[in-house]
Design a protein around this ligand. Sequence first.
Ligand SMILES: [Zn+2]
Length: 302
Amino acid sequence: MSGKSRLKPDSVTGKTLKMPKRKQILYASRFTFHFYSYLCSVKIKEVLCALEQFAPLPLQESWDNAGLQVGLTETEVSGALLCLDVTEAIVDEAIQKGCNLVVSHHPLLFRGLKTISDLTDVQRTVRKAIQHDLCVISMHTNMDNALGGVNARIAQKLGLQDVVFLTEKRVDGIVAGSGVIGTLPSALAADDFVLAVKRTFGVECAMCNELLRRPVRRVAICGGAGDFLLDDALKAGADAFITGEMHYHQYFGYEQQIQLCVIGHYQSEQFTAEIFQEIIEQACPGVRTEIAATCTNPILYL
Ligand SMILES: [Zn+2]
């Protein structure tokens, strides 16, 4: 029997009971290493590349900071935790689940950090991510504006048909756009429409204007803070407009023109992690992906 095979565990029990302690440790580390290599032959930069291929960075808005936030991309992926916001709790979940990559929708870093200490949640999150060799990638307005992005996913969840961008643009020859509009398979009375939206997004309450007295068929969508698209939705002939948040004064003056249905920022973008998961599973098979269990919505409904 060679020295190498003596280090193998019993094929049935998997135990290495009679092995001297030093060899057990040697075997454990070799085994762990090989097992790790088998699972993690993909580098973080390959995942980043796949995400950027789907949602190219030039599609992001000028004020945004999508892309790599923290970490080294030459490292192999041990797992990717997918979420909406990067908080300390999300970093803790990634560590606990053995994921060295966090992919979020909202960027961890919007503005430059002049201090990295423990004064703010962002500072603490950056410190913890670096301490634990985590990499953070964010796909924000580039994912909003990409074909098949955040709003297309919402439209799919609602079963809309013939979905197109609300305002289409071309960036570096790439077709992109803000918001989407599509048609319900059958028209719904406004109260039934609101019920269907609440059910789809799992919300107990939606903020709406006066119920429309005509049926809802054409539906415009902008996840997150989408009020800037309200007039475009109206011009495009939408019966209803779904978004995540809107200012109080913007609810005025649209009675019987368009059904406003505001469901919460976090709730409206909750399906974004599924898009990340599909991109990674398709482009980087074998990379373990986990949709975060931590709810990062800072708003409580009491
Ligand atoms: Zn958002």
